[in-house]
Design a protein around this ligand. Structure first.
Ligand SMILES: Nc1ncnc2c1ncn2[C@@H]1O[C@H](COP(=O)(O)OP(=O)(O)OP(=O)(O)O)[C@@H](O)[C@H]1O
Length: 230
């Protein structure tokens, strides 16, 4: 096991009122690209949200790269970047450049260094010419590119992406997924209904009614999943 990339769940359950969203999940993961699949309401997002402390375990223990996401929230938020399907929920500043720079606040970087990192992101994610544009004037796909830039500029060790391509057209889906799956050095947890994307990962977790039903080689697990959901 690669300790630098270790994600561990020990008998983790999450209850909401009288509903169990995640039921006694135990898993050890150190793969670079981890896909999470399952029907609507099966617990995928709850699993993802445990990784950065947006949800907390009712029972059991979660560790992400040795960190307790709830108790060591500040430390974890620097190390784990979260990309949602709806970028509007994570764009916080009025303009493109300001939003990307916001992530770097409080890190003791010089103005020049912040500007350089922001420009690099703007170039990489095809947002050149939009530096001073109001974020709300961007298209849905451009907003997703901005949301990703704002997360990745902080150089997190782990990216958790919950349906990051749900609102994108085919060209932007290709662009974002190629970047996440093939070009990023970071570990990735990708929650997706798109089995083509899941197949490109190193391991697949299949959730069913809050339980981790199957995990393993993408081709084997997805073939079973397709047979079950035909
Ligand atoms: N904040 C919450 N309060 C109450 N119930 C919740 C909350 N979050 C999730 N749940 C419930 O927990 C269960 C699992 O939800 P979750 O969002 O993890 O599923 P999912 O697999 O991500 O679904 P989808 O594919 O539809 O996004 C569902 O029954 C959902 O209604």
């Amino acid at each position: 096991m690669n300790a630098d990339r270790l994600i561990s769940f020990r008998a983790v359950s999450v209850d909401f009122d009288n509903r169990t969203a995640l039921d006694d999940v135990s898993v050890l993961l150190d793969q670079k690209r981890i896909a999470v699949i399952g029907s609507n309401g099966s617990g995928k997002s709850t699993f993802a949200r445990l990784l950065n402390g947006l949800a907390s375990a009712s029972r059991g223990e979660v560790r992400v790269h040795g960190i307790d996401p709830v108790r060591q929230g500040r430390l974890l938020r620097r190390r784990v970047g979260f990309i949602f399907s709806n970028p509007d929920s994570q764009i916080v500043m009025p303009t493109v450049a300001e939003d990307i720079a916001f992530t770097l606040r409080g890190r003791g970087l010089s103005r020049t260094e912040v500007d350089e990192r922001v420009s690099r992101m703007i170039d990489t994610y095809g947002l050149s010419g939009h530096e001073d544009s109001p974020a709300h004037s961007l298209s849905g796909g451009q907003k997703q590119l901005l949301a990703m830039s704002s997360v990745l500029v902080g150089e997190p060790e782990l990216i958790v992406a919950d349906e990051p391509t749900a609102l994108l057209d085919a060209a932007n889906t290709r662009r974002i997924s190629n970047h996440l799956l093939d070009h990023m050095p970071q570990q990735l947890v990708l929650v997706t209904h798109d089995l083509r994307l899941a197949r490109r990962c190193d391991v697949v977790l299949w959730f069913d009614q809050g339980r981790l039903f199957r995990q393993g080689d993408p081709h084997t697990v997805i073939a079973d999943y397709e047979r079950n959901h035909a």
